[in-house]
Design a protein around this ligand. Structure first.
Ligand code: GLC
Length: 425
């Protein structure tokens, strides 16, 4: 476990006790301040170009309670560490924050975001159930679903007419059309996802493992179940990919942006990524504009399952303008914002009705596939000890992908590390 994460987990138990002591129901002193006024919304880098619309719309309607948007980096781990630093400093300047689905439990357990109950209640009846669950901890809603995320397979329609449904079909389709082992060859490389050592690697590893019938933790969300023959078969798709060259070596440094850049410049035949990539790849300067499509992720014997991703908006316990913050959360659930997020940024809406809206399904023909990807997506473990769990997945997967450990050694070591990460609670 990295130093930062070790410290984070160590401080967590006492934070959880402190929160339990004050009821954790919105009644503690930090939750009482409920005034109105300007707010700051801190969120990940806007690669989708949707934030100006949100800021303009809100600010025109709320001249006395304007929102200032602070953009973080586009890297999941950097966003998390920025939030951890500001919350530890009890910064009142971070009113509304974007909570990755895997941070909900930790932020809630530490008392950093307030429950959306009582006077802060939010109507969730129109939202996709999976997104509501992703924002819920210990039976309470802590954040407002903002953007769902389901993984998709991007493929080059000029190189293959049909999307593969299995891993064998995918590697088979690459034969003769790709360069093995690198993105710098005369032909594109076969496949890449996100394989740098960060949160996205846990996402990709879990997808491979789940697709082959394996699992990482049990239904209780904490017991380690990853050391199995099924998990081994799943992880091997990625390990063999690097060994046999259907995944280029450069992908060991890929987060979302780098994999998208490689696909955009024609260096990949297949790519796993989130829905926002569609708008970027159709944008100016894209070499694959009009030459790609998206489909469900493949698996060993038919479609695999995505890892559930996504972001929700939480209200900081240290915000001095929580009433305004709550109205901002309601605003981001509106048809106007969600429709703009989809039409401008191809971000997956959280409003169920949008997936059967005739105007939208006509323009975005893959919406049914996307809905299926989200509805069948497998959540990552919902535990305040998630930082330790993801560290266990990342470190050992990365070692296996680099060929420093066999797949089986990696899974054994992952199993032990998950056990010790979740043993505290
Ligand atoms: C996307 C997902 C998020 C995930 C991250 C990993 O932003 O929405 O859930 O943790 O990618 O990089």
């Amino acid at each position: 476990m990295g130093v930062r994460r070790r410290a984070a987990v160590a401080g967590l138990l006492s934070a959880m006790l402190a929160v339990a002591g004050c009821g954790n129901d919105g009644s503690s002193s930090t939750h009482e301040v409920d005034a109105r006024g300007p707010i700051t919304f801190v969120t990940q880098k806007d690669n989708s170009g949707v934030l100006p619309f949100i800021a303009d719309k809100w600010n025109k309607a709320h001249p006395g309670e304007k929102v200032t948007i602070k953009q973080q980096s586009d890297q999941a781990d950097q966003q998390l560490s920025d939030f951890e630093q500001h919350f530890q400093a009890k910064d009142p300047g971070y009113d509304v924050i974007t909570v990755d689905v895997v941070w909900t439990a930790e932020f809630a357990a530490r008392g950093w975001i307030i429950p959306l109950t009582g006077q802060h209640k939010l109507d969730t009846s129109k939202l996709l159930p999976a997104t509501v669950t992703s924002a819920t901890y210990n039976g309470k809603l802590y954040a407002a679903p903002y953007g769902a995320d389901g993984g998709l397979l991007y493929y080059r329609t000029d190189l293959t007419k049909k999307a593969p449904t299995t891993w064998d079909q995918l590697t088979g389709a690459c034969k003769g059309k790709t360069t093995a082992g690198t993105i710098t060859g005369a032909k594109p490389a076969c496949y890449a996802g996100q394989f740098a050592k960060y949160e996205g690697l846990s996402v990709n590893a879990a997808e491979a493992i789940n697709a082959a019938g394996g699992s990482i933790v049990g239904r209780d969300g904490r017991s380690a179940t990853v050391d199995s023959a099924q998990s081994s078969a799943g992880l091997d798709f990625l390990v063999k990919g690097f060994k046999d060259g259907y995944i280029p070596k450069e992908a060991l440094g890929f987060q979302e942006t780098q994999s998208l850049n490689a696909f955009e410049s024609g260096q990949l035949m297949f790519m796993r990524n989130w829905p926002y990539g569609v708008a970027v790849l159709n944008g100016k300067g894209s070499k694959v504009k009009g030459k790609f499509a998206v489909a469900p992720l493949p698996g060993p014997s038919g479609h695999g399952a995505s890892t559930l991703g996504g972001h929700n908006l939480g209200i900081s316990a240290y915000s001095k303008h929580k009433a305004t913050a709550l109205d901002f959360l309601k605003f981001i659930e509106s048809d106007t914002v969600q429709r703009n997020n989809l039409t401008v940024g191809t971000l997956a809406p959280v409003l169920t009705a949008m997936y059967s809206d005739p105007a939208l399904t006509a323009e975005f023909t893959y919406l049914p596939d996307l809905l299926k990807s989200i509805q069948t997506a497998v959540p990552r473990p919902i535990t305040p000890f998630y930082p330790g769990v993801t560290e266990a997945i990342e470190t050992n997967t990365y070692a296996a992908l680099q060929g420093q450990m066999s797949t089986q050694q990696a899974l054994k070591s992952m199993q032990a590390a998950i056990k010790s990460a979740t043993a505290g609670g």
